[in-house]
Design a protein. Sequence first.
Length: 769
Amino acid sequence: MQSMTKTALSLAVGIGIGLSAATSAWSAESLEQVMEKRGLTQKDLLAAAKTYTPTGGRDEYLAFASGGQSGQVIVYGIPSMRILKYIGVFTPEPWQGYGFDDESKAVLAQGRVRGKDILFGDTHHPAITETNGEYDGRYLFINDKANPRVAVIDLHDFETKQIVVNPLFKSQHGGAFVTENTEYVITAAQYAAPYTNDFVPLEKFNDEYRGGITYWKFDRDKGRIDESASFTVEAPPYSQDLSDAGKGPSHGWSFTNSFCSERYVGGIERGRPPFEAGCSSKDTDFLHAVNWRKAAELIAAGKGKKVNGAKLLPIDVAVANDVLFLIPEPKSPHGVDVTPDGKFMVVSGKLDSHASVYSFEKIQNAIKNKKFEGKDPYGIPIIAMEDALHTQAELGLGPLHTQFDAKECVAYTSLYVDSMVAKWNYCEGKVLDKISIHYNIGHLMTMEGDSVSPDGKYLVALNKLAIDRFNPVGPLHPQNHQLIDISGEKMELLYDMPLPLGEPHYVVSIAADKLKPVVRYKSRTNSRTDERSPYGVRAGREKTERTCDDKGQCTVHVYGTTIRSHITPEIIEVEQGDIVSIHLTNLERAQDQVHGFAMYGQNIQLSLEPGKTASATFVADQTGVFPYYCTEFCSALHLEMQGYLLVKPKGYKSENLKMEEGTAYTKADYETQVKTNVDTQAVIDMVVAFITSHNYKDFPLVVGLVEDATDQLGFAGEAKKKAEAAAAKKDWQNAMLWANQWWQYQVKTADLGLRAKTFLEQNNAKKVN
Ligand code: CUK
Ligand code: CUA
C-alpha cells in the first residue's frame, strides 16, 4: 500500500483494510449499578426484557393505529412499541410525497366532498382484510368520521390507493369492519341527516333525517372498493355507532349498536336542554341486527332504490324480507364485538356497569318464531332483550370496547370511567382480573383480536389522557398506548408509548410474518395505481418536450431520472406561463435507495422509492431561478444532487453568453485523478476479495449490496471511457471532470462494499459464538 495516493488511502482506512478490527472496551457498569442509578425494580427489568428489542431485532406483531384527527395511520411494532411509519391517508404527508405528487393528489381528490378538497380526516377504526375470518395481511381499511369516507391501503407497499365517499351520509363513525372473507367493508352513519344534500329543517328530523349502514363491496382482485356494487341499508335516525360482522354461524349477518334512539335534537339556543341530556334519557338503545347477505340479494334483484347516486334498501323492504331487527341494549352503548366463534355479540353501555352478551342462536330463534315485543316507530320488529340475552357481567364503570383472548371464553373490556381493563369470562359472565391503566381508556386491542383465532399474548390499552405519564410538552399531550402482558393469569403492565398524533381510536395488529411488503417497485411504477407510469423513462432516454396549443398555452413535460448522485436533467428551461410537469423515475434497484425532489417556491416534494415514477405539475407563473435538489441523504454526494429550473420572461433572447467554469483543470490534474482512481480500484478489489471469500451468498442483504455495487462499478466504467476519450482529444477540462465522476462511482462501490463487509464480519462472528 506504500504507493497509494492520500485519498485512496483514507478510503482504505475508512473501510478497515489492513487494520486489525478494533476491540470494544465494554464498560464494567453492572446491572445492579444501573438499576440503582435509575431507580428500577426487578419488575421493571422483567418488563424491559419483555419489550426491549436489540439492534437489528424484529417485532412479532405489527400494529396499525388510527391517527384520529391527523387523518393518518401509524404503524408500530409489538412488543417493542417502536414507531415504524406514518401512512398519509386523508391528510397530505410530505415525507412520502403524499399530497405533493400528481399521483397521490389524484387519490386525495377522490375524497373531495361536494366539490371541496377535504385535507384532513378523523380516522377511527382500521381493519385488515380477512380470509375465512383470519387476517390475510393484504389490505387495510380505515374510515373518516367527520366526512363519510373509507380509504384502502395496500399492505404490499403501505400506501393509500383509494378513497371513497359515502353519498348518503354526513358523518360515518362506525367503520371500517370487514366480513369474514372481506366481501364487504361495513360503515355506519353516526349523526342522522337527510340523504340528499338539501336543506331540511330539524323539525322534520323524525321523517326526513336518516341513519344507515353501508356495505362497501371490496373487489379482491383489483384491491379496490367497487362503489357500483355497494349498498346501504336504510336505518332510523338513531345514532348508529359501531358495527361488527358475524362470523362462523353468524356469517352473513352484521350488528350495529346505537345511541340517542330517543331521536332527541338539542338546541340550547332555542331554550332546549342539550343533546347530552336528551340522548341519554331512555334506559335502552337499539342493537341493529342485519342480514346483509339477504340485503345484497334484494339489491341485486332490483328491490332497492337509487338515492343521491347510491343504492339504498329502504326500511320497509328490509322489514318485509326479514333483513333488519332491533334488540334493546342498555344505556348509551358504545361498540359491539362478535366473539371469535361467532356465537355471541358483546355490547357495553357507557352509563351501565354491565357488559351484555347476546346470543346469535337466541336471536335467530326469536326471528324464526316471530317472537317480538313490538315495533319501533319505523315498523322494525323489536326482539325482547331477555329473548336475546345470553348473560350479563358487572364489570365496572363505563365499560366500552371488548377484545378477545386465545383462551376460550376470555375477553377484555375497557372501563372508561374506572380507567381499568377487566378480564372476564363471557360464557359464564364472570370477572377474572382487573388492571389499572393511566387514564381513561377508550379502545383496547389484543393480537389479531378481531379474527376467528385471536393470539392473546399482548393487549394494548388506548388511553385518552396522558396527564402525568411523560415529560410535559405543553397543554396538548401525546396519546398513551400502554402495552399489557396477558399471557398469564394476571395482566401485567409492560410499557407506555407516547404517540404524538391525533386521538388513536382503534388499532389492529397482525403477526409480522403474514406481511410481505416489497422492497422496490417494478421499474417505472405509478405507486398509486400500481401500473406502469406513462411518464417513466429508462436511463439514457431522459428528455424534455415543450408543446403549445392553438391558444398559445405551452406545456413542458420533463421525463427525468434520479440515481446516486444526480438528477437528470440538471437544468430545466421554460418560459413564464408554461405548465411544467416534471416526471422523475428513480432508477435505483437497491433496497432503501430513496431519492427525494424538492423545489424552491413551488410546493413540491416527491419521494422516489426504487423503481417509482412520480410527477409534479405546476404553472411557472413567475420568472426566476428555482433551485431543486434531492431531499434524502442518499450518498456522499447527496448535497450535489441538485439542479436549476430557469423561468425566462416570454420572448427572452439568449445574450450569447459563455459558461465560465469556476475552476480550470490541466493535464496534471487529470493524471493525479487517474492515479487516485487506479489506487481506489485496488481497494475495491481487496473488498471484493474479502466478500467473495466469505460465504456472502448466504445473506440476501449482502447479495443485494453486491448487485448494487456491480451496477455502480459499471457506471464507473462508462465514466472512465468518457474521461479517456476527452483526454485523447487533450480536452483536459472534461477529461478531469469525467475522471472525477468515475471516481464518484468508485466511492459508491466502495461504500456498498464496506456495508457488505461489515455485515459479513458481524454475522459470521455471531455464527462462531
Ligand atoms: S370510538 Cu374512540 S373510544 Cu371511534 Cu371506536 Cu370508542
Ligand atoms: Cu438522492 Cu440525495
